[in-house]
Ligand binder design. Structure first.
Ligand code: V47
Length: 368
């Protein structure tokens, strides 16, 4: 590939074509380019080499068991203190009813995350997972971030290995990618100083991988972080993946300011969203999947992101996800699409829609 507008990109393009790993400085250069089309074309070439025209989606539901949290993150509009009127914790019976309606709608995955709630015993989680598995053995439980696992180890005074093994034995099948935020200091401490640091997040991801479970990874961007912080984040994820290999998917999360302590910030624009998808595809060369999360990007940018390196759009997310509602950019906080709507969104962007389960096996259904 040859680019005449930003000729610096030609050197990077040669490396991408030769499957050579990009450096930190090259990551920053990619972000700084004004040639959005060239960046998109480069990222798309890698996406097409790995996945052709395939774009994955899944049928899932979010269950946020509690919004009570001790962490006080500046970017979060979801958490409440225990004494606030709208603080809640769902009972296990409520969790089962939410899962029941999800399964009835064809969900293959329940995405379970919540606040760091010091009022709950560890057995709440093991009972929740084992009860869900008893009722719905085929439903994949993608549950708990590295930040929650870190909190459990410290608060319930258990080793990391014991936390992971007990949750796995109860039914945890994999872990979502939340809580990664931005690894670089001092930025991380400025936005979330009450939760584990970046090294600890990565260490726990490695331990979950070593226990035989897959995890995802995210990056929260468009707040107070620098371009260098973002590229540092990509490189740290790439290094961890080299060591333990259990990351399936990277999901850049576009910061949504309303309702947060950082509400005066504008959040990222569409150009930044597309650049972040593309640069992550090029920098994190050992992750198979890059997800354009439609709830945060909006449907229009998600379709465009499929031409900028993304090959996954996540799911139907049939509501029940209070956290998702807190940052949905769609009108009225929309957080639900039918399978038909998702397929149409993907096909209208020029791709083949393929339903997957959480670990990227194809799902065949008799009817759409
Ligand atoms: O860790 C919180 C982010 C994450 C805001 O693994 C915000 O498949 C934007 O991790 N604006 C939770 N983002 C969501 C998450 C996720 C979502 C979808 C799929 C997967 C997966 C994981 O949401 C948090 C935080 O980084 N977040 N507040 C906000 N105001």
């Amino acid at each position: 590939m040859q680019f005449s507008f930003d000729t610096n990109l030609n050197r990077i393009a040669e490396k991408v074509e030769a499957n050579d790993r990009l450096t930190f400085d090259e990551g920053v250069e990619l972000y700084n380019t004004q040639d959005l089309n060239a960046l998109g074309k480069l990222a798309d070439s890698v996406r097409r080499k790995k996945h052709g025209r395939t774009t994955y989606y899944n049928v899932n539901r979010h269950f946020n068991h509690t919004n009570i949290c001790v962490a006080d993150c500046k970017f979060c509009g979801f958490y409440r203190r225990a004494r606030q009127d709208d603080a809640y914790t769902h009972s296990i019976a409520e969790g089962i009813e939410i899962a029941r309606s999800a399964v009835a709608e064809g969900a293959t995955e329940l995405h379970i995350v919540g606040g760091l709630n010091s009022k709950l015993p560890f057995e709440y989680y093991t009972d929740l997972f084992s009860s869900l598995k008893r009722e719905f053995p085929a439903l994949h439980l993608k549950a708990l971030t590295m930040v929650e696992l870190d909190f459990f180890a410290r608060f319930y005074k258990m080793s990391d290995e014991e936390v992971i093994e007990r949750l796995k034995a109860a039914g945890m099948d994999s872990c979502p990618g939340g809580g990664a935020e931005i690894f670089a200091e001092p930025t991380r401490s400025r936005i979330c100083d009450h939760k584990c640091d970046g090294d600890r997040w990565l260490e726990l991801a490695g331990k979950v991988h070593n226990a035989g479970l897959k995890t995802n990874a995210t990056m929260l961007y468009g707040h107070i972080e620098s371009t260098e912080d973002r590229v540092d984040h990509f490189i740290k994820l790439r290094e961890q993946q080299d060591k333990t290999g259990g990351f399936q998917c990277f999901i850049p999360l576009a910061f949504y300011p309303p309702g947060t302590a950082l509400s005066s910030l504008p959040g990222p624009d569409a150009i930044d969203n597309l650049k972040t998808i593309a640069v992550s595809r090029l920098m994190i060369d050992n992750f198979d999947h890059i997800k354009a999360y439609w709830v945060m990007l909006g449907k229009a940018t998600t379709q465009t992101a499929l031409h900028f390196g993304a090959n996954d759009v996540d799911g139907t997310i049939t509501d029940g996800g209070e956290l998702t509602h807190a940052y949905s950019v769609e009108e009225g906080g929309e957080q639900k699409m039918t399978r038909t709507e998702l397929i149409t969104m993907i096909e209208n962007a020029g791709f083949e829609a393929v339903e997957r389960d959480t670990v990227y096996n194809r799902v065949e259904r008799a009817t759409v």
